[in-house]
Design a protein around this ligand. Structure first.
Ligand SMILES: [Zn+2]
Length: 193
């Protein structure tokens, strides 16, 4: 006999708190430490679970498991951002990644541009770091837009461990705290790292 669900309402009708709690639990279980395949699998399972939870009553996916722009990122960051972006989009807020993972060659080109633009390594480092120091090259940073979306992520991102890092870069976020814990104090700019 088919079983009758005690809660026949589709997932999208439930309060956001349900999905947020699921995301937090899943991210917490995945942990902030990286490296092992088990942890990576947990993060991927988390992302899939989040995706499934956003299907509407007709079984049509309303969100991708992993958001656009997350290729090459640390899987924990990709899963955390994807969950946050889902929530932002459900709240009617525009949010997307403008720059995520960068190859060393891409970062080197940005660094050379920065040296030209700002005139000295010290001045350039406030805005761009060389490849061996950039968290974009290790897949542990994202730049987001538009400014409205970045402001939303600054206010809400810590639910998924996401934090704005620098006073001078409203667009740059990293996985920098445990889910729902406060973000660390911001640095004036990247040269203070
Ligand atoms: Zn950045």
């Amino acid at each position: 006999m088919p079983t009758v669900s005690p809660d026949p309402s589709p997932a999208w009708r439930r309060p956001h708190g349900t999905r947020r709690a699921a995301a937090v639990a899943v991210l917490a279980s995945a942990g902030l430490v990286g490296g092992s395949l088990a942890v990576v699998s947990a993060a991927q399972a988390a992302a899939q679970q989040l995706s499934d939870s956003t299907r509407n009553g007709e079984g049509v996916p309303t969100a991708k498991a992993i958001a656009a722009g997350t290729d090459g990122l640390d899987p924990h960051l990709a899963a955390a951002y994807s969950a946050a972006a889902d929530e932002a989009h459900n709240a009617g807020v525009s949010l997307w990644i403008t720059s995520g993972y960068r190859t060393p060659a891409e970062q080197e080109a940005l660094w050379e541009d920065g040296l030209q633009t700002y005139g000295s390594p010290d001045a350039a480092r406030r805005w761009v770091l060389p490849p061996n120091e950039s968290t974009h090259v290790t897949g542990r940073a994202i730049d987001v837009g538009p400014q409205e979306g970045a402001a939303w992520l600054e206010a809400n991102g810590n639910h998924w461990g996401l934090c704005r890092m620098y006073d001078n870069e409203w667009w740059h976020f990293e996985l920098a705290t445990a889910p729902d814990a406060p973000c660390p104090a911001r640095l004036p700019d990247a040269s203070d790292r």
